[in-house]
Design a protein around this ligand. Sequence first.
Ligand code: ATP
Length: 289
Amino acid sequence: AVTHKVNKILQPDFRFEDLGVGGLDKEFTKILRRAFVSRIFPSNFVNQLGIQHVKGILLYGPPGTGKTLMARQIGNMLNAAEPLIVSGPEILNKYVGQSEENVRKLFEPAEKEYREKGDESQLHIIIFDELDAICKQRGSRNDGTGTGDSVVNQLLAKMDGVDQLNNILIIGMTNRKDLIDDALLRPGRLEVHIEVGLPDEAGRLQILKIHTAKIRDNNVLGEDVDLEELAAKTKNFSGAEISGLVKSASSFAFNRYIKVGSTAELAQDFSDMKITRDDFFEALEEVKP
Ligand code: ATP
């Protein structure tokens, strides 16, 4: 089943934007080459070459650039179980004093399945969002609790234990790679580091296409809207901000059609509604990078 989904990626006409992630082709390809091949061709890699699966990836870069989206797609392509997404602050704050226990519990479902099914087990992905919150360089926390230290130690112990398990992939995400404890970034831990930066103009065009796909399908995008022009005008926007821009333009358009205070008007037909270039320009006043 894994190869079936991955086969799609190996086709010449495959486009990463079909995955709903724009402007990150190079990053995806790097992840595929560095971290997936052993899982796609396990017998060749693991048996013949004796190469172990990559157990952890670090995705770093500014907020809203598609790190979570990518992590989910990785799971999807590898037919993984629904990923567990936990945020660093959540681990630290949810149950004060139980952070290490929380880390341990995250690995339990995967460990249990591996005991039962071995290499037949589904892949389990654990995503640590805002990893820097728990992984500030050990010893550098000055809140006097030392909580961060022991959580990192627990995480390190767990990651090293993953050596015995082939069914876990850990994905760490952060806006501040410089704050991540070096011990976590060593081979065998979060060893593949992928920078996910702000999209360039071509990337922004891809992202605009993705986020207008539905309204284009429904014939709601005005003919005067030029996505290439918008890609040029959205310098320094993240993917999340481009998505916000499209939503904002849509709501400007919708509001032109609604006459508040008249239910008869509200019942009107919206079939001729269009989101116009002007709506996007009004949205550009509202949504800033
Ligand atoms: P954070 O660091 O804040 O967690 P992130 O990098 O994980 O941010 P996402 O949560 O993946 O960002 O992005 C938020 C939303 O923005 C996505 O659900 C998607 O709608 C949109 N988005 C961001 N980047 C992209 C992209 N490259 N292609 C398409 N959509 C994107």
